[in-house]
Ligand binder design. Sequence first.
Ligand SMILES: [Zn+2]
Ligand SMILES: [Zn+2]
Length: 557
Amino acid sequence: MSERIFIGVAWPYADGPLHLGHIAGAYLPPDIFARYHRTKGNEVLMVSGSDEHGTPITIKAEQEGKKPSEIATQYHQQFLDSWQKLGISFDLFTNTSTANHAEVSCDIFLTLLERGYIYKATVSQPFCPHCQRFLSDRYIEGTCPYCNSSGARGDQCDECGKPINAAELIDPRCRRCGTTPQFKDSEHFFLKLTAFEDRLLAWVKQQTHWRQNVLNFTMHYLEEGLKDRAITRDIEWGIPVPLDGFDGKCLYVWFEAVIGYLSATKEWAKSSGDEEKWHSFWQSDVKSYYFIGKDNIIFHTIIWPAMLMGYDDLNLPHDVPANEFLTIEGKRLSTSRNWAVWLPDYLAHYEPDPLRYLLSINMPETGDSDFSWREFIRRNNNELVATYGNLVHRVLAFVYRSFDGCVPVPGELDIRSQALLNSAKDTLDTMDGLLYHCHFRKAIQSAMSLAQEANRYLDEKSPWKTIKQDRQASAMALYVAISVLSCLRTGLYPFLPFSSQRLHEFLGFKGSVEDDGWQLRFPSSGQRLLPPEPLFSKLDEGLADEETSRLGHAPFQ
Ligand SMILES: [Zn+2]
Ligand SMILES: [Zn+2]
């Protein structure tokens, strides 16, 4: 029976290019998951969009002497381009500047207000006497009250991932001029998280299928006791508070960005011509997955679920498979020090599948993992090219030459050949179970084991030699090898969509891998192959030093 799967993906701030940490953490995993479910014949909706509001954008705009909207539009376009080149297959990638998003956000705000889950209070807010303005979120910095690291902001500490209220910061200062802020009264709205504490705790306790890191982090946070959180800011750039008398105040970027999952679904439904279709992904039998980096866990396991509970009758998350962090050449990724590999830069020089391969087989699922250029080149050359690509090419090129470009007739299979086909079938079943439970790393490993097994099989059978004495034996071995390629085409498709689609065509299949379904399909004897070409290219090992030496220098724009 087909399932309905909603995939919400973290909304990137449109304040700079994406880097490999973003991709490994939040963007590649949902794409693998979406492609897998689509191939299974399930109904998938994967949405996200650019987060165009909040202080990250206004700070960048001030630095570059531009309007916030110009910055947001520039990076939104760049994101769309990156998704297309890397093959991140969103059903909709929108942004938070749409009228639809403002409307949905205001509806949730006003509904929660009416139900008493949002209340108004006067609070003292940091105000810079030198700049003559309130310092919200990233305009104020200081030391984290939880982990003592410096450089914590007025909304969150990047070091320990905890949300912070500006008043809690130790040694606060204005980010623009360094002045110690004064505190002035300002009227704001608060989300009454305390009202949801018991319900959240009971709900989280049932989520035994969540990743251990996500469950532990969330439980720990809940056990410390929730605090109500301000959800409006003294800032001009954003969605204005939809009430009279609150000029110069906007909805807090985090409050409205998570609403984007719902507003994007509504936008997708409208553009599909059936405005009511959004219900089928929010109010019926559907599993909702949220793919995010570990710094966003609380927003997706506590704050957004609380908002959904308060709004009522919308589905809560089924799973929040947050990834850990990616380090670069053994060091923590830092955008300010340019210790990062920027995605547009990568895509301008290399193919998408080798990166998707490395980030999948080395995914930071249960702990941090490292990206190094040396490892990238090693895995490309030794695994993608030598193990998988070479298997494909030596089989297809030989069959194309020696069997008139058609899949040969196998005759009766021997035990060894039958065993390999069984192993291919098992691999697809194993991968099915692993992908279903978001174990991406193990899933791609089992596909690569099958490729290794097929290489051993061919070394034993050497059909290129036996063809001279026993054409039938050669035909059988090649037919079996082609069937394994057909299996790998399907199993690797979620990870390596570009090369899998090419292999699909080389094998003489029509349409797309997705349409073909998650099944081990044996090519028919006589099926016409396309002239094969290598799926991957070897990379020069010298590139590792060249690329590594660029880290930590002038940033790529
Ligand atoms: Zn200042
Ligand atoms: Zn901290």
